[in-house]
Design a protein around this ligand. Structure first.
Ligand code: PLP
Length: 399
């Protein structure tokens, strides 16, 4: 038998799915599981969106449609993305995608040559590292420092690496850290991008997933619009993770090539789903109640986590993640590896979560004793119960 293609040796994955499997196996054995591991949402998609999709199917919107998206959705996205960022987009600057994730691979395929350096966050969404390496780029991960308020980008390291880079991936309102750049941090990142003439992917998957204040896009800063592609997705805001709908928004010549990749990859994003997307943008009221529920969960998680001994964390104002430092809790329960701590916690308490290691390779010298708690797939009561058990387990020194 012939071998598989060599390039697959460089393809990574979302190892977090292994955590789902461990949790599912534990539940199948008759145990209660408290799922803090998945970035999925267990709340229904707002009714108006479902109705619009059904109507689109009934109306026969079931054939192929244009590769960059139906004109109504491109126009609606251009208006919505632009107005929320104080920018102006025309429909030609929008390429509709089956989700936000394809923007990552298509951005890299369009703008990164093999051998070129790519700056990306670590911890960060693991698909950046996977795709950079798969397409033969040079990985240049940059890290964060934990502060009392959350996290800040290690700007010294970013500046040190930037001369080797052609591309920068920036995820403000960050998965897994839940953090957000201050204006001065964002300004500094943009200044580096301009100084070193970098293409920028601004992953804005969580742009509107926030409980106070307002978001700023790095694309809106002076000198950035022509070099930045925005990743936009319906997945989080409208609880539409499984629908697969998003877009790339950026300079026309880049978007044209991304749309050409659409033609090669999937022809078009599912036609009737795009009509549902138009309805979502026209009446986003369902997204507000979704955010209210996520806020309740955020508060419940923060309150219950405060009672877990040996855990240090800040409460994020955005995303649906917390990223506590668990080094003391690990010491108390007798664990030196954070993966073993996670497995022991699952078996002792049913609480399931990802660790630092699911979000890119840790950087040299980094303290990896941190976990990610996602509260998008678990209700308020279960949050209190699960974290209560975790507190008892740590308090009893892991017995
Ligand atoms: C930072 C980040 N970017 C992109 C995505 C992909 O979003 P989608 O599910 O729309 O493909 C996710 C999903 O979890 C994410 O966390």
């Amino acid at each position: 038998m012939r071998d598989l293609a060599d390039r697959l040796e460089h393809l990574g994955t979302e190892t977090a799915f292994a955590v789902s499997k461990a949790a599912a196996d534990w539940a199948a054995a008759g145990n209660t599981v408290y799922p803090f591991h998945l970035g999925d949402i267990d709340l229904p998609t707002p009714r108006n969106i479902v109705t619009a999709m059904n109507a689109a199917i009934e109306a026969g919107r079931t054939g192929y449609c244009p590769a960059p998206g139906i004109p109504e959705l491109r126009a609606a996205l251009a208006a919505d993305i632009g107005s929320r960022r104080s920018m102006t987009f025309v429909p030609e600057q929008i390429a509709v995608q089956p989700g936000g994730k394809p923007v990552i691979t298509k951005f890299i395929q369009t703008l990164m040559r093999p051998g070129q350096g790519v700056l990306y966050p670590s911890p960060g969404y693991p698909i950046y590292e996977s795709q950079v390496e798969y397409f033969g780029g040079r990985p240049l991960p940059y890290g964060y420092r934990r502060t009392d308020e959350g996290f800040e980008i290690d700007l010294d390291r970013l500046a040190e690496l930037a001369p080797q880079a052609s591309v920068l991936i920036y995820n403000n309102l960050q998965n897994p850290l839940g953090c957000e750049s201050s204006q001065s941090e964002m300004d500094a990142v943009a200044a580096l991008a301009i100084e070193h003439d970098l293409w920028v992917l601004s992953d804005e998957a969580y742009f509107e997933m926030r409980y106070s204040g307002s978001s700023t896009s790095i694309a809106s800063l002076d000198g950035m619009a022509d070099r930045t592609v925005i990743l936009y997705t319906f997945s989080k805001k409208f609880a539409m993770t499984g629908w697969r709908l998003g877009c790339a928004a950026g300079p026309e010549r880049v978007i044209e090539m991304i749309a050409k990749l659409n033609t090669n990859d999937e022809s078009c994003t599912t036609h009737f789903i795009q009509h549902a997307g138009v309805a979502a943008l026209a009446d986003p009221s369902g997204a507000a109640s979704l955010l209210d529920e996520l806020r309740r969960r955020r508060d419940a998680t923060a309150a219950a986590l405060a009672d877990v001994p040996g855990v240090r964390f800040a409460v994020p104002e955005a995303t649906f993640y917390l990223f506590p430092d668990v080094s003391e809790a690990m010491d108390r329960t007798g664990h030196t590896a954070v993966g073993d701590f996670a497995t022991a916690a699952l078996h002792a308490t049913g609480v399931s979560f990802c660790t630092r290691h699911h979000f890119g390779r840790p950087l040299p010298g980094e303290d990896d004793r941190a976990i990610r708690l996602a509260y998008s797939g678990i209700g308020v009561d279960a949050i209190g119960e699960g974290l209560g058990r975790l507190a008892e387990w740590v308090d009893g020194d892991g017995r």
